[in-house]
Write a protein that binds this ligand. Structure first.
Ligand code: GLY
Ligand code: MN
Ligand code: MN
Length: 409
């Protein structure tokens, strides 16, 4: 039932922490509804995935009710009812019972039609509901827990709704050892993918060939698949930040920006490297490349507990500005990385255990030069560790690796 290699006890501890932080308030975390299996891969809400490790149960929910007199009802998992006809289409599902309780680590598992009644009972008893799902923006849909809480408020007087929408963001921003282990596995598969990309890359192959080399290697190294849409941008496409058509032929003289990561055990890697298609950087390409690499190193040196992203951004931006290229560093310096590629981000300084990306870039459309270099970094008690250091990024190393890949062809 748990779809990651992380132990059931770790998920129980995460839920216990939420229960304690809620201090008797009632919280609800919803997986979200699923579409038909044929149309893309459904993924649960990341807070739900973090609290359960259950990745294949659309419609599921966790109810926190810490002051319930029955201890087995203080944290309840709700799963959709079984539908034997739908199981023919979408796969077999488990009956309620002790094997399911043991597999999920919940003392109580119920079916979703019971949720509305239990939520109302909890609200009558506590008069305090607590939002855990963060709102994305004023234009995004109202978070699913707040939608349910409003229905309670329409039917029951005197119920307060509190905000703890940074609680799970803050928990998720400090990775456990087991989480870091999954991210390291994702980076291992990603490294193999980049080796395969370098061995494939040459004038006359297509961006798609490079994408295929990356993604098939991810899967051969244990990945569930790519963590996000792979970007292989050659020539002018290297300057398009979220390019993913990947349908152009690569020609001599192109710089090729590759932004790709594997997902392993439910966790993402997110790596960018920029390579010369011919195997050698031109003088100008190398000049721009070295500015971006210096910016990456400056921001990485600044990465330690207590620092905020804007300080990393300033360290990188200073280098790029001094090189006269400040107007061409168009995006932020990085983000947290984990269950999601752009993982939960609390409004707080970095703590030991945070895993982040650092990804400066310079995009010169008219020169067809787009350079981004992106590393994944673990914040440690004393500083940081570059988890992606084995994926070559020094220009001499890249050229040497390409030369030796070509000799082997
Ligand atoms: N691959 C998306 C990003 O680097 O943020
Ligand atoms: Mn990336
Ligand atoms: Mn990134």
């Amino acid at each position: 039932m748990i779809d990651t290699p992380i132990a059931v006890e770790e998920y129980q501890k995460r839920r216990d922490r939420v229960l304690r932080a809620l201090r008797g308030g009632v919280g609800l975390v919803l997986a979200g509804e699923g579409g038909p299996q044929l149309h893309g891969t459904w993924r649960p809400d990341a807070h739900f995935a973090y609290l359960t490790g259950i990745l294949h149960e659309p419609g599921a929910a966790v109810l926190f009710d810490g002051r319930n007199p029955d201890p087995s009802r203080r944290c309840v998992l709700f799963l959709k009812p079984r539908d034997p006809e739908m199981e023919t289409w979408d796969g077999l599902r488990e009956p309620l019972g002790s094997p399911l309780r043991e597999a999920t680590g919940f003392a109580r598992v119920m079916r979703t039609p019971a949720l509305a009644t239990l939520l109302m009972q909890a609200a009558r008893r506590t008069k305090r509901l607590v939002c855990l799902h963060p709102p994305a923006s004023t234009r995004a849909p109202v978070p699913a827990d707040l939608q349910e809480f409003r229905k309670v408020q329409e039917r029951l007087a005197g119920v307060a709704v509190d905000d703890q929408t940074d609680l799970l963001n803050a928990m998720r921003a400090v990775k456990s050892r087991a989480e870091v282990a999954q991210i390291r596995r994702a980076i291992g598969a990603t490294r193999a993918g980049f080796d395969a990309a370098l061995a494939t890359l040459a004038p006359g192959v297509s961006e798609r060939d490079v994408q295929n080399a990356l993604e098939s290697t991810f899967i051969a190294h244990g990945a569930e698949g790519p963590a996000y849409n792979t970007i292989v941008g050659a020539g002018v496409n290297s300057t398009v930040l979220h390019y993913n058509a990947n349908d152009r032929m690569i020609v001599d003289g192109d710089l090729v920006c590759i932004d790709a990561g594997a997902r392993v055990g439910g966790y993402c890697a997110d790596v960018t490297r920029t390579y010369p298609a011919s195997g050698r950087f031109t003088k100008r390409q190398r000049e721009v490349y070295e500015v971006v690499l210096r910016a990456l190193k400056a921001a990485t040196r600044a990465a330690r507990p207590g620092v905020r992203f804007h300080e990393l951004d300033e360290a990188a931006r200073g280098v790029i500005e001094r090189a006269g290229l400040g107007d061409f560093f168009l995006h932020g310096i990085g983000h947290h990385l984990g269950i999601e590629v752009h993982d939960a981000s609390p409004d707080a300084p970095l703590e030991p255990g945070a895993v982040i990306t650092i990804e400066p870039g310079v995009y010169l459309r008219e020169e067809k030069i787009g350079v981004r270099i992106e590393d994944d970094i673990l914040i440690t008690p004393k500083g940081h560790s570059v988890l992606t250091r084995d994926i070559a990024r020094e220009p001499d190393e890249i050229e040497a690796q390409m030369r030796s890949a070509r000799r082997r062809r």
